[in-house]
Ligand binder design. Structure first.
Ligand code: ADP
Ligand code: MG
Length: 694
């Protein structure tokens, strides 16, 4: 089918464009037509330049006098020029978007959308997005905006779409029994809307299609899983009781329940496929440790996969303390591990009972004698292929039991409908003595008066008794930097520019805090550092050699530094609720009181999101709130929901979910469907976590 053909077959796509597209995952004609706009601009009634008011404006005009200059600040260029229409002219400015200088054909009119505001004493149009008037239907003025990929900007995608306009008509439907519309129309109107209603219609169709695929994949996973054979690892009550008694704390009721559910599953010959959901700090690692011990007692090996080296080594240290005295042999396998061949040979011979590691675990030469249980921490950080790689390491003909763990709660309302293939255990109870993180919303201007004194107090507080790090002077602080530097235009700049701006802002903040707290040891961490550098900084923070860690969101995942008791999140409005909750979970892990400050610009009243976060520490409650706040009608927003990445549908589309679920059940009644709907069956492999093992 032509949808499977390479993008080179499209008109206007030469080898260079094709290479860029492919680099960003747009390989086939199908990928191309499904590369949906991230939003739409409405150029319906542009303002004349003479009548512009401060704030967001849309104007139509020609550009002249474009010049780019380098500022004294490193990494910042400013491109300035003039936009004119019949009524007058206005100065326009872009930051770090040098390509703008060569973007505009002379004498051609473009639309400009951006903020008209005061800058250096005069009103200018700041970082507007642009569109060629030729590509916009003058009747409705709607223009799609695409995510820029490398050298290909939104307008380039627009141009390519226009060139391929006629291929849409012949796109066949992929699903059976869709009552409203056709795929050809939905995809066409997504790229060439003729009204707001047509955009909504396209969205509904494509969201339904996506949900259908997801639910079908989930149901087939369950079928597939139930056909597989695993080694039954029967429950050894006496031994488990010994383990529990040896722990330095009492298990929570939720930990007991989850462990019990896991032991039941592991006792069967159908492989376990269970998701352990628990809010940050709820003690998932301990449940993983108990499961590993249970597997060991049954004579099986265990692999525990963690997303980062620092997390792997934390698990290693923590579990070793508890499990080694009980006779388990435990090893750490990360990129930094020395003597890998020796270790791998021990694993192969079955001399190691539990291997904890990162991606290094996945290489082909890591072979197990008797892999019976796979545990994946922060499972959403791993792709389908990576999970499969590990699953295939079990002895021929046998599948390992799978325990996936996540701190991102899936709202209960969705567990059955969308994730029907997973059994779910929930840790909905915090270990005793854990205090909620006192969360305040603070305007940036209050930093000096309200935040700095608090930071000083934390830095001088006695270290938390439960700290692991012996080198701490006082308690420690995380400072999370702005997601994106104020000057970088997040809409149009490519990821690379954004990354650069992030580094600048982290370093700047680090320097500033060092000035404010000259006695403190301040360090920074960002995503562009080499993994080994990142690990070194994290290690130093964990052991108390750093007092204030200035970082981007890379600290988000699972790190446990109980002596860190204060977190500052700059630009808090720019994060989603789930992410804020995850970030905040890095503090409040010890016995001391913990604090979180959400810094806002102060220009607006705090959003519902921030108010809810300040009010509640319950991840499940916040997940439900988040779902409600997003509401339906979020059009083509890249919705990240931890466990899955829905590109189109929103998990709050409950009616659509119910309909898709019903239709999938009907679909599965007819085995011949699996053969007939080949495109659908091919497409869902991207969601599948289990392939037939052999
Ligand atoms: P998460 O669920 O976020 O992965 P962890 O497993 O890292 O949480 O546990 C957080 C901290 O709580 C760890 O320091 C761990 O030792 C501790 N912990 C786990 N279970 C209990 C418990 N039942 N009582 C007290 N502390 C516990
Ligand atoms: Mg964890």
């Amino acid at each position: 089918m032509y949808l499977d053909e390479s993008v080179e077959s499209l008109s206007g796509v030469g080898p260079k464009t094709a290479a860029t597209l492919k680099k960003y995952g747009i390989k086939t004609v199908r990928d191309f037509v499904y590369n949906l706009p991230r939003d739409y601009e409405n150029y319906n009634s542009p303002t004349s330049i003479a009548e512009m008011q401060p704030g967001k404006v849309v104007i139509r005009g020609k550009v002249s006098d474009l010049k780019t200059r380098q500022t004294r600040r490193r990494n910042l260029t400013i491109t300035e020029g003039t936009v004119s229409d019949k009524s007058g002219s206005v100065s326009v400015v872009w930051f770090n978007q040098r390509y703008r200088e060569h973007q505009f054909a002379p004498g051609v009119e473009y639309f400009f959308t951006g903020n008209f505001e005061l800058r250096n004493g005069r009103y200018s149009l700041i970082s507007p997005t642009t569109a060629e008037t030729t590509y916009i239907d003058p009747k409705n003025g709607l223009s799609p905006i695409y995510v820029a990929h490398g050298g290909l900007k939104s307008n380039d995608f627009r141009r390519l779409m226009v060139k391929s306009r006629e291929i849409f008509a012949s796109i066949p439907d992929m699903l059976p029994s869709v009552k409203h519309g056709t795929r050809a129309k939905a995809l066409f109107y997504a790229h060439f809307p003729n009204s707001l209603k047509s955009i909504q219609g396209a969205h509904d169709y494509l969201a339904y299609e996506e949900l259908f695929e997801l639910i079908l994949a989930s149901q087939l996973n369950r079928r597939e899983n139930d056909k597989l054979q695993a080694t039954a690892l029967p429950f050894k009550a006496e031994k488990i009781r010994e383990l529990v008694a040896s722990l330095p704390f009492t298990l929570t009721g939720a930990q007991r329940r989850a462990a019990w559910e896991i032991f039941q599953d592991m006792g069967r010959t159908v492989p376990m496929n269970r998701l352990l959901q628990g809010d940050v700090g709820s003690g998932k690692t301990m449940v993983a440790g108990m499961s590993a011990y249970e597997a060991f007692l049954g004579g099986a090996q265990v692999a525990l996969l963690a997303p980062t080296a620092i997390l792997a080594s934390q698990h290693y240290e923590g579990l070793r303390r508890i499990l080694e005295p009980l006779g388990m042999k435990i090893a750490l396998l990360t990129g930094a591990t020395k003597k890998k061949p020796e270790l791998k040979s021990q694993i192969y011979k079955g001399e190691i009972d539990l291997v904890i590691g990162t991606h290094a675990l996945l290489t082909d030469d890591t072979e197990f004698a008797q892999l019976g249980l796979v545990i994946i921490d922060e499972q959403h950080r791993f792709g389908v292929e990576q999970r499969q790689k590990l699953m295939l390491k079990s002895p021929a003909g046998l599948a390992p039991h799978l325990l996936a763990m996540t701190a991102t709660p899936i709202p209960r309302s969705l567990q059955l409908t969308v994730f029907g293939d997973l059994d779910v255990s929930i840790l909905d109870e915090m270990p005793a003595g854990r205090q909620p993180v006192a969360t305040s919303i603070l305007a940036e201007v209050e930093t000096k008066d309200k935040l700095y004194p608090k930071m000083q107090e934390i830095l001088q507080s006695a270290p938390d008794a439960k700290r692991h790090g012996a080198k701490a002077h006082g308690q420690q602080i995380y400072w999370i930097c702005k997601a994106i530097d104020e000057v970088a235009d997040s809409k149009t700049s490519s990821g690379a520019d954004g990354g650069q701006a992030e580094i600048t802002s982290v370093k700047k903040r680090c320097k500033r805090l060092q000035e404010v707290f000259p006695q403190a040891r301040v360090e920074f961490l960002h995503g562009k550092m080499k993994p080994a550098e990142k690990d070194a900084v994290m290690e130093a923070f964990a052991s108390g050699e750093i007092d204030i860690l200035v970082s981007t969101t890379v600290v988000e995942v699972g790190v446990d530094v109980p002596n860190a008791t204060l977190m500052v999140i700059e630009n808090a409005e720019s994060y989603g609720l789930a992410q804020l909750h995850q970030l905040r979970g890095r503090v409040g892990r010890g016995a001391s009181a913990a604090y979180c400050y959400l810094l806002t610009s102060g220009a607006l009243k705090p959003s519902r999101r921030l108010l809810e976060l300040a009010r509640s520490n319950d991840g499940f409650h916040l997940a439900e709130v988040d779902l409600k706040l997003r509401g339906p009608g979020e059009i083509y927003g890249a919705l990240q929901h931890g466990a899955l990445d829905l590109r189109i549908a929103s998990l709050s589309d409950t009616k659509l979910i119910a309909r898709a679920r019903k239709d999938v059940s009907a679909f599965l009644q007819k085995p011949e469907n699996m053969v007939q709907y080949r495109e659908l069956m091919g497409g869902i492999t991207k969601y599948q976590q289990i392939t037939t093992l052999n």
